[in-house]
Ligand binder design. Structure first.
Ligand SMILES: Cc1cc2nc3c(=O)[nH]c(=O)nc-3n(C[C@H](O)[C@H](O)[C@H](O)COP(=O)(O)O)c2cc1C
Length: 327
């Protein structure tokens, strides 16, 4: 295989290149995925984690998380700790147009793990097996898993993740993304890519997607070289630099200040188009300053952004930034 340009397959689904945008709760919603697809370079996008319990209650917020704007291929990620709820959640995602359904076995947040979901599944391989088996039986589209290296350092050191990998294979899982921090680490320390290499060495029939600490184009190449993973999944790196996928595909791809300001404006426009005004404003305040770190006038821009009370004020803040950048 040749990284990063060659397609790869997850069951029957072809992913056009080896770059995956990671699921990010309250970030990789429909507007953000539309934005990152427009910027280009990404082969596969994943929804934010959607609670299967909320889906089966038909909670409006969860149902909205399944909204998509025709991006292909699209994976929808469900979370939960009950096989029946996960099976129904997977069915609902498939009906909403998911090309793949992913099970979250990594979320470290205690409000998720205390219900037995996310990384808590790493503590009970039999329950995890019942969960993936129920999902595989429930849908025709491929089921995938995103996991951490273990619950804590001792579980990681015992290499228990390898038992999970074999279990996934027997249960019919068709791809695995691995973020090699433990639950106990949360987001501290570094992602131990040796775990990705060991997962690849296990020789599973499904592709292993590496994840964690890819912040620059060179990191992606190094991850593939050091681990042999089939594809690279990027989360936070793409928030600070949404052009990262393009830069991995084309090392000569240069990002100018103007491009970063244009990208910020475009994200604002998409959010304003697709969300209610209040929600759009909230989201823009949360994520709107990421792409302008280091841009001249960025500090004043962030202040204007936080003070903005409507869309007009947001657009004026961008205008002011553009003029400062050009000055
Ligand atoms: C704000 C935030 C939200 C996240 N939400 C999810 C999620 O919904 N589902 C999931 O599987 N992982 C989630 N993650 C984990 C990321 O997908 C990824 O595994 C992790 O950030 C490591 O990759 P990175 O170093 O490229 O960011 C989240 C991470 C962050 C920082």
């Amino acid at each position: 295989m040749s990284f990063p340009h060659d397609p790869f397959r997850i069951g029957p689904v072809e992913v056009p290149n080896r770059l995956v945008m990671a699921p990010l709760h309250e970030i990789t919603d429909q507007p953000f995925r539309k934005f990152i697809r427009e910027i280009g370079g990404v082969g596969l996008t994943v929804s934010e984690m959607i609670s299967s319990e909320a889906l089966i209650r038909h909670a409006v917020k969860a149902e909205r998380m399944m909204a998509a704007t025709g991006e292909k291929p699209l994976s929808m990620q469900v979370s939960g700790g009950r096989p029946e709820a996960l099976a129904e959640g997977a069915r609902l995602c498939e009906a909403a147009g998911a090309d793949l359904v992913d099970l979250n076995m990594g979320c470290p947040a205690s409000n998720v793990t205390k219900g037995g979901a996310g990384s808590a599944l790493l503590r009970d391989i039999r329950l995890a097996e019942r969960c993936v088996t129920a999902m595989v039986k429930a849908v025709r589209v491929p089921v995938t898993v995103k996991m951490r290296a273990g619950w804590d350092a001792s579980q990681k050191d015992r290499g228990e993740f390898l038992d999970f990998l074999r279990m996934f294979e027997a249960a019919g899982v068709q791809a695995l993304a691995i973020h090699p921090r433990t639950r106990a680490q949360q987001y501290e320390g570094h992602a131990d890519w040796c775990i990705i290499a060991r997962a690849v060495e296990a020789g599973t029939s499904y592709p292993v997607i590496g994840n964690g600490d890819v912040n620059e184009a060179a990191d992606a190449f190094r991850m593939v070289e050091e681990t042999g993973c089939a594809a690279v999944m990027i989360g936070r790196g793409a928030l600070y630099n949404p052009f990262l996928f393009r830069q991995i595909l084309d090392p000569g791809f240069a990002v100018t200040t103007e491009m970063r300001i244009d990208a910020t404006l475009r994200l604002f426009q998409i959010l304003l188009d697709l969300l209610e005004p209040r929600e759009a404003l909230h989201k823009i305040k949360k994520i709107g300053a990421w792409f302008t770190k280091g841009v001249p006038g960025g500090h004043g821009f962030r202040q204007n952004l936080h003070a903005a009370s409507d869309a007009q004020a947001l657009l004026a803040a961008i205008d002011a930034l553009r003029h400062q950048g050009a000055a």
